[in-house]
Design a protein around this ligand. Structure first.
Ligand code: GDP
Ligand code: MN
Length: 389
């Protein structure tokens, strides 16, 4: 689960991490109003969307009057912001964060993620903050410093100081940086975060250390331990098809390819995505309709795949166990009758009532191809939609 910068900074404040003074605003009038409350004569107006790269995309503006705050907010709110993380369609901005402007001496990077290979949290820091950290990692890996945390011991003081020295910090900055790293790690642990990132963590001209940006995401599997975090969900940021799928208890996750997948069982769904990739194509989604799916769920699942304009072919891979093949066929036929299937459909059905299911599909007038094995099926769709570039 992702949250906005202004929400992440609120959590930072609670956990003792220094952030600029600022307030969120939902309109240009409100932006001017909250700017008046700031003890500053420069202001920063920041578009609040769940994507980075806003600075380069025009979503972060430093201004020096209340009128400019108003005008900038007016222009941002309601507009679509395109950054390298939003895709070409961009994201609509519904709110802005208005902050005091700070004089920046240098921009650092500080983040914590889970390293699955190490099975531990790893703290990442760099003196090359403010820019795309992935680019720094690719071009100049030596500029990135890491400390792996032993979960039993926690992040130790010397590890935090090691990072500070590696960043060439001097004097009092070493202690301030170490304290910030410790506070960030405590928050990471306390809130079951999957990622926290401060880019940039700035050293100001008056030698303070302040989190200028804040990105936090939580481990969804631990959300039940933090019911209060649910309030931070922004429904306007959710993928509309994922929201729709959630209404019908379908496990649907949007992916980047163009082959729609309808599968029962998470394991079979994973295997199906693997063979699609093996055959040279890319899945458009993960969809596990579940073991005991009803005709209703199948119909809605199939409709959701059909409503995705990127889908150029559909692969149905069902092993009928508790979910019977005739129930599957019924749901697919009902959805197809309502919406129409404009893309090639490949079906692989096995298991309970398979003959009945195949018969129903055959008699439905639906245009589809039957595949005998999963690999056959994946190769067929790949042939039709072409290999991924
Ligand atoms: P991102 O591009 O989405 O990661 O947005 P950031 O919050 O990191 O802002 C991008 C850049 O805007 C930062 O790296 C800073 O250089 C600049 N910026 C943000 N806030 C201020 C500020 O208060 N003063 C100045 N001078 N620059 C700022
Ligand atoms: Mn940033």
């Amino acid at each position: 689960m992702k949250i906005h910068e202004y929400q992440a900074k609120e959590l930072f404040r609670k956990h003792g991490l220094p952030v600029p003074d600022g307030f969120v605003a939902f309109s240009a009038d409100e932006a001017r109003e909250v700017a008046q409350r700031l003890d500053s004569n420069t202001y920063v107006v920041k578009a609040q969307i769940h994507a980075g790269g806003r600075g380069k995309g025009g979503g972060v503006k430093v201004v020096s009057s209340l009128d400019e705050v108003y005008n900038t907010a007016k222009q941002m709110i309601g507009s679509k912001l395109i950054t390298h993380q939003t895709g070409t369609e961009g994201k609509e901005v519904n709110k802005v964060l208005v902050e005091e402007g700070l004089g920046i001496a240098s921009e650092l990077y500080l983040g914590i993620v889970i390293d699955r290979a190490q099975e531990a949290p790893v703290v990442i820091a760099s003196a090359s903050g403010g820019m795309d950290i992935e680019e720094v990692a690719a071009k100049n890996p030596g500029a990135i410093k890491k400390e792996v945390v032993d979960l039993g011991q926690g992040l130790l003081g010397f590890q935090a100081r090691n990072l500070a020295y590696a960043l060439d910090l001097q004097g009092g900055a070493v202690g301030r940086f170490a304290k910030t790293v410790q506070a960030l790690y405590r928050m990471f642990l306390a809130l079951d975060c999957s990622m926290v990132e401060i880019n940039p963590l700035v050293v100001t001209k008056d030698d303070r250390l302040i989190a200028l940006d804040a990105k936090v995401s939580f481990d969804d599997n631990a959300l039940f331990r933090h019911p209060e975090l649910k309030d931070l969900i922004d429904p306007t940021e959710a993928d509309p098809l994922e929201l729709e799928a959630g209404k019908y208890n379908l496990n649907y996750i949007r992916l980047d390819g163009n082959i729609g997948c309808m599968v029962n069982g998470a394991g079979l769904a994973m295997a199906t995505m693997d063979v699609i990739k093996l055959a040279g194509a890319e899945p458009a989604n993960f969809l596990d309709v579940g073991g005991g799916a009803s005709t209703d769920m199948i119909r809605n699942g199939f409709r959701i795949i059909l409503e995705d304009p990127r889908v150029k072919g559909i692969l149905i891979n069902i092993f009928g166990g508790i979910l019977r093949c005739d129930v599957l066929a019924q749901g697919v036929i009902e959805a197809a009758e309502k919406i129409g299937v404009g893309v090639p459909l490949i079906v692989r059905l096995e298991g309970t009532n398979v003959d009945k299911g195949r018969e129903m599909l055959k008699n439905s007038g639906l245009n589809f191809t039957v595949a005998d094995t999963i690999l056959d099926a994946a190769e067929m769709v790949t042939k039709i939609v072409g290999r991924a570039s």
